[in-house]
Design a binder for this molecule. Sequence first.
Ligand code: ADP
Ligand code: MG
Length: 478
Amino acid sequence: MPWEIVIGLEIHAQLATQSKIFSGASTAFGAPPNTQACAVDLGLPGVLPVLNEQAVRCAIRFGRAIQAEIAPRSIFARKNYFYPDLPKGYQISQYELPIVGKGQVHILLADGTRKRIGITRAHLEEDAGKSLHEDFHGYTGIDLNRAGTPLLEIVSEPDLRSPEEAVAYARKIHQIVRWIGISDGNMQEGSFRMDANVSVRPQGAETFGTRTEIKNLNSFRFLERALRFEVDRQIDVLERGGQVVQETRLYDVDRDQTRPMRTKEEANDYRYFPDPDLLPLVLEEEQIARATADLPELPDVKAARFRDQYGLSDYDANLLTSSLAMADYFEAVAQACDNPKLAANWLLGEVSAALNKADLDLEQAPISAEQLAGLLQRIEDGTISNKIAKQVFEALWRGEGPTADAIIEAQGLKQITDRDAISALVDAVIAQHPAQVAQYRAGKEKVLGFLVGQVMKASRGKANPQQVNALLREKLKA
Ligand code: ADP
Ligand code: MG
C-alpha cells in the first residue's frame, strides 16, 4: 500500500538580544556555567519579570516576513512542569494568544515548483537551562545560563509531505530569521532547534495518522535522517498490523534511529494559565510600523528580482539569496562587472568551493566583491582565459596582490593573442610531434586535443585557446 507522509515542524529560534527575555542578564554564548542567570531567571522569591522590548521587536519582524497577522494583544502564560533545569517550575510562554498568528512561506521543490507551507503561529517564550550528562560521572550537571533566553517558537501546519520538504522548509525559516536579523541561527550553539512531528496515512485517506514527535534536532542532516528512519518505522509497524503510539522520541545520532522518550499517557499536563506577573502585551500600530520599517527586501522578493533583472534561473536565484550577505555580494559583483551570469557562476562555483574548503562564511572571504568584479572584467575583455582566471583567483585569495590587474601584471599572466607569437609556438609543437601530426592527417581527429594541450603548455596556459585551435587546424591542413 502506498503511504503518504505528513510532517509539521516546531522550530525554536533564539532571538538576537543582548539580555534575557524577562531580565537584564546577558545572553552571550560560552560563559562559565551558572554565571549568567540572575534572580529573575532563577525565579527567586520577590522578583518580577520585565519584558524585553527587543524580543518583541524580533517577533514583530518575523510576523511581517511571513505575512502573518500580528496580534494587537497577546498573553504570556505559565507552562508548568517539573524538571531539574527549569528553576521556576514553570516556563513563561504564550499559549492561547500568541504574538504572531497564521502566516506562510514558500519552498522550492526539487522539480522546480513552488509550494506554500502554512505557519500556524509563532510565540515568544523563555528557554530553560541545560542538563550536562557527560562531564560528571554518575551525576548530572545543571547549567542555568540559558534559563530565560528569548526564543521564538515557530509552528508549521502539517503541510510537509516528505523529509526533503521538511528540510526545505526548515532551511527557509533559517534563511528568514537570519535575513531579517532576529537570530544568528547558529545550530552548534543551540540557537536554532527543531522538533519534527510525523505521521503516515494510506494514500488518499481523509484523516491524519497518529503522529510521533522527534525532539531537539540541531542540524538539517539529522532532521532528514531522523524523519526517514521514523517514517520507515511507522510504515513497518502499520504493515505488520500494529498501531503507531503517540509519543515523543529522541533521535540517536550514532545509531541513526529514533527511540521513545515519553508516551502520551506520561505526557505532562502543563496546567497553562496567564502569568499574573505579566500584563497582556498590547501593540500599537505605530510600534509595529517602527519594528518593521527597516526590514530588508525579503528573500523570495529578491530572488524573483534577481531572476527577472539579471536573467538567472530560479535555481541560481534561490542559491544566491541563501543569505543576505550572499545576495549583497552577488549584486555588487554583478553590477561592477556588468555580467550577472558570469558573476553568478563564479560565486556559486569557485567562490563557494573555496569557502567550503577553508570552512569560511562569505563574510570572512578574503576576496571582496570589488576584487572579484575586477577579475571577471579581465575575463570578459579577453585579457586572461578562464583557466588563468582561476589561477589569479587563487592568488587573490592568498593575498598575493591587491587586485587582479596587479597579479596579472606581476606574474605575467596576460593572455597571448598575438598571432605571430602563437604561430611560432604551434610550429614548434608540430615539429616536435611528427607521429601525432601524421595520425591527425591520417584522420585521427582526436589527436588535435593533444596538440592544443602541448601548445597551451608551451605558453604556460596563456595562449588564447580559440586562436591556438584555429591556427593548428590551419597549419595541419597545409
Ligand atoms: P502540540 O501542541 O501537542 O505539540 P499541535 O497541534 O500544536 O500539538 O501540533 C504540533 C505540530 O504537530 C504542528 O507543527 C503540527 O503541524 C504537527 N502535527 C499535528 N498533527 C500532525 C499529524 N497527524 N502528523 C504530523 N504532524 C502533525
Ligand atoms: Mg509539540
